[in-house]
Design a protein around this ligand. Structure first.
Ligand SMILES: *[C@@H]1O[C@H](CO)[C@@H](O)[C@H](O)[C@H]1NC(C)=O
Length: 186
């Protein structure tokens, strides 16, 4: 199989950012670039934003941003009074559940319409003859059920086709929309 390098690099960069953001302050990352990315994401970027706002819109705008920040983040908030150790477990949980949902969506069957099971799909997704009319897929040589679409990247007809997700290197269709939505929500 051809290795989609761009996708691999994209995945690694995403993983690096997520891990740096959530776990970068851990002692094992001390002095590494992971810690520096963490510092940039948590404080550095905000610092530069403030300087930019000040340079473009003046001191008043900067004070406004600072005021909003103080209102939202610095006042005691009972939800945020979680012990540090619990935060650590929560960050691991966030990464693990997110990764599992990502893998589930990437490798699950989106629901391919084949010669064998097309009739099953046609009865589940009947034509309304308004948007969905009976039409043959010229590539798969099957009469596509309503809401199915031929994906040119995967070269197959997918039931209740939503889109081809380049990120996940998979189509999102009938059978994996739930994992995809769960991933987005998570
Ligand atoms: C139809 O067959 C394809 C290929 O095996 C499979 O991916 C898909 O889930 C099947 N659909 C149903 C409803 O069984």
């Amino acid at each position: 199989m051809e290795v989609p390098w761009l996708l691999v690099v994209h995945g690694l960069v995403t993983a690096l950012v997520v891990v740096s953001f959530l776990c970068g302050q851990w002692p094992i990352f001390e002095g590494t670039f992971i810690q520096r990315i963490h510092q940039f994401l948590t404080f550095g970027a905000y610092h530069y934003l403030l300087r930019l706002v000040q340079a473009v819109c003046g001191n008043g705008a900067r004070d406004l941003v600072l005021g909003v920040e103080q209102y939202c983040c610095d006042r005691p908030n009972p939800i945020l009074q979680v012990p540090v150790t619990l935060h650590r477990y929560l960050s691991v949980l966030a990464v693990v559940v997110g990764s599992v949902l990502f893998v589930l969506t990437s490798f699950s069957d989106p629901g391919t319409v084949t010669h064998e099971n097309v009739s099953q799909y046609v009865s589940s997704y009947p034509y309304d003859n308004i948007i969905y009319v009976e039409k043959e897929c010229s590539t798969c040589k099957i009469t596509r059920p309503a809401r199915a679409k031929h994906c040119r990247i995967c070269d197959r007809c997918v039931a209740r086709f939503d889109h081809h997700c380049g990120w996940m290197n998979n189509c999102i269709g009938e059978k994996n929309t739930r994992y995809f939505v769960a991933f987005l929500v998570w």
